[in-house]
Design a protein around this ligand. Structure first.
Ligand code: ATP
Ligand code: SF4
Ligand code: MG
Length: 391
């Protein structure tokens, strides 16, 4: 795995989302009640570039999966545009959608439900090869399946090709799911928490596999995670989402080491990272876990997305909220080097002490780790192994 210090954003994006919005209509509870919608994603923009990973981080319910599903065209955007190699994507079905899916593939969180239990590995991998016209004979199909299994480190391939999903471990199933995505020969891979349901001992192997594939196959990768530590070491770029809105983004090192948005700082305060916080005890528990940089005041709940707060959706939780924060969504402020933030603290007219990072209020709440992290973060010993690997 490479160190993710690269800040270049010069390569042309393969896939872009521009001002994406998604609302989900809800069924009426009573016949004459007013229609309600879930405002799941609001004005989300991102660009995925070849050979680079972009991590999308945020707490449970912040809209990460919805963004990935919009990009995969599993959902139709309510507003906004998706561009693949500069062309606006309009495909909704049929051959146009199939052609788009050849380029943009998704790996789901749950390897247990993403594979059909009644089909063998061979069946799972031969289907995309046939659908996308990559295999023209049985011999070619076998050769390509063998190569796919080898690329995801399921070797010797003959040992796996005839197995059913229940005969594989969680990590092996996720490798088959990755191989299935690769069978289409995509240029974009959308990985929705690809390791969160795996045993901690194999998470690093699967992350390393994705990292190698990204580099060898020049894949543009969207990596969705709750875990800032793995975002930092795995992805060149990190985007932070809160309640459907993108709030901060840029090179991962910048966003994590010099976070600006109060929500990113809140997330970081709940994430153990030995490099950032320094020491850990003998069991590998980061002391940083109990030394938050910026905990919260007020509510620790994500707001309702049926009736979300106006303006910056973080304002009910933000210790620095100003009157303007509830009235309008802050514009993007460029901080240099590709780092940006959507927060009124950083506008040209708002260079306050707070904007310079001089936060004074102690804001920690012991409820934060479980509230913020829908899944357990990588243990410190695993993070240390990633660090050592990167040095
Ligand atoms: N099909 C749907 N119908 C109605 N609401 C939905 C639908 N899909 C998602 N939502 C809502 O949209 C919001 C964002 O959901 P999403 O699954 O994208 O969040 P997430 O960040 O991926 O969360 P998690 O980390 O738990 O996977 C949530 O409030 C969710 O309840
Ligand atoms: S815009 Fe206002 S409420 Fe939102 S994070 Fe910045 S200071 Fe806090
Ligand atoms: Mg999700």
């Amino acid at each position: 795995m490479s160190t993710n210090t690269a800040t270049s954003t010069t390569a042309e994006p393969v896939l872009e989302a521009v001002h994406l919005r998604k609302v989900f209509p809800l069924h009426k509870v009573k016949p004459f009640s007013p229609p309600q919608v879930v405002h799941a994603v609001e004005d989300a923009s991102l660009a995925l570039r070849p050979g680079r990973a972009t991590a999308l981080v945020g707490e449970s319910g912040s809209g990460k999966t919805t963004v990935a599903r919009l990009l995969a065209r599993l959902y139709t955007p309510t507003a906004g545009t998706i561009r693949y190699r500069e062309e606006t994507v309009k495909a909704r079905g049929g051959t146009a959608l199939r052609a788009y899916r050849r380029h943009v593939q998704m790996v789901f969180q749950d390897p247990f439900s993403s594979l059909n239990p009644t089909h063998t590995v061979r069946h799972h991998l031969s289907r995309p090869l046939r659908i996308h016209g990559h295999a023209h004979s049985a011999a070619e199909e076998t050769r390509l399946i063998t190569s796919l299994l080898e690329r995801v480190n399921l070797t010797p391939a003959e040992q796996f090709i005839h197995k059913f999903p229940h005969q594989l471990s969680g990590g092996q199933r996720q490798r088959v799911a990755i191989a299935r995505a690769l069978a289409a020969k995509p240029s974009v891979l959308l990985a929705d928490e690809p390791v969160s349901m795996l045993d901690v001992s194999i998470r690093l192997d699967v992350l390393n596999l994705l990292s190698r594939l990204k580099e060898e196959e020049d894949l543009a990768l969207l990596f969705i995670t709750h875990d800032l530590a793995s975002a930092r070491y795995f992805a060149e770029e990190t985007l932070v989402m809160y309640a459907g809105q993108m709030v901060e983004g840029g090179p991962s090192e910048e966003v994590i080491q010099r976070s600006k948005h109060p929500y990113t700082q809140l997330l970081l305060s709940a994430a153990p990272d030995p490099d950032r916080f320094g020491s850990s005890d003998q069991q590998g528990n980061s002391k940083g876990w109990l030394q938050p940089a910026l905990p919260t005041s007020g509510s620790v709940e994500l707001p309702s997305l049926i009736n979300p707060p106006g303006g910056c959706r973080f304002h009910p939780r933000c210790p620095h909220a100003m009157p303007v924060c509830s009235q309008q969504f802050p514009p993007r402020t460029e901080l240099g080097g590709g780092h940006w933030v959507n927060c009124f603290l950083y506008g040209a007219e708002n260079k306050t002490d707070q904007a310079r990072g001089l936060f004074t209020r102690p804001l920690w709440s012991p409820a934060l780790p479980s509230v913020l992290t829908g899944c357990r973060p990588l243990p410190i010993r695993i993070i240390r192994r990633i660090n050592e690997h990167n040095r």
